[in-house]
Design a protein around this ligand. Sequence first.
Ligand SMILES: [Zn+2]
Length: 375
Amino acid sequence: MACSTDWADWKDVIQNSITRTLNSPRGFKYSKLREDKIESVINRSQDAFSGKWNVVYLRRIAFVYNDNILTQEEKDDAILSLTMLKDRDNLLYGKDVTYRCDICDRSGYMIVWCQHCVVDFLQDETTKWTSMDKHIDRQILLAQTRAPIPDAIPEWIPYELLRDVDYLTQGGYASVYTATYMRGLYARWRKTTRTLSRGLTHFKVVLKKLNWNHPENDFKNELEKHLYVSSVCDAIVRCYGVTRDPITKDYMLVLNRMKCDLREYIEQVHDKALQLEIFRGTRPILSDATPKAFTEIIRRCWDADPNKRPKAVGIANYFSKIKIKGGFVFQNATTEVGSEISTITSGISTTKLASLYDTGDSSGDSCAINFSIDI
Ligand SMILES: [Zn+2]
């Protein structure tokens, strides 16, 4: 059992850990646990194994289970985290191992939540909201059902739930505002009530309104890309949903407020010397957890020479051409960029990557310094 890679041997251990963690008053909060120790064991379990993802998952569970530093509660927490990662990977990319739901008796790709139960709930909820545009309603529902993972579900966000809307900046194609989102995001699925419950409320978000000539069509294209990228990779700017200014009637994307935005980074420090350093090439440090393929793009966008930055339309093409295989988004920066890019571009050789960035209309906007907002 200790080294088994058979799901049947681990099923009870995993499900008991998940139940204990989700039912604890602590919920998802790590405050009473040694978060650094949990993270360390999770990271070491990641380094220890390679191979087919579903076997690696059970080996990592065994690694945590056999650890002699963590308490049982901390192991439960680590097992829940690993299982949520595995669930997401299997739902979006793997789709080759299924688990039966003890509520609806249907087979799905996730252990922690049942995708069918969550989708049923979201479909029932559609009677309670509308963007007043059928296409946008469809796009939101499509994004919700593509990745029915509670903390990744985008929504229609009524404008009255956004407070303190403040103008932040304007680019060639978009106006950007900050706001406080009063309602919490979906956080977890409650089996007993078959509902999604919400997490923390009152947090800062970014609103992005397009200024293009045909705002409706462009907005719909942009919306589709944001919702798609956000649902398949939360390392990119997360899209919480869509709202509409009741006065101007403009639709706006509601986005995560990134901490590594370069313009904000400069504005916050107010340090001329540092601004000079940035001018000379100093950049924010990207987390090792950021997939190499994305750090590569981000660094190109931060190039001191604007002519060397990829075009926005090239980046859009890049994402639209990504064929995801084997859950590459969970490979971190230690992964060889060559192999990863050749995986994700599916047939587009790595030597062509630079030209891939430059494809499309050459009049497209150069990737602005605030990459995280403009993408
Ligand atoms: Zn179910």
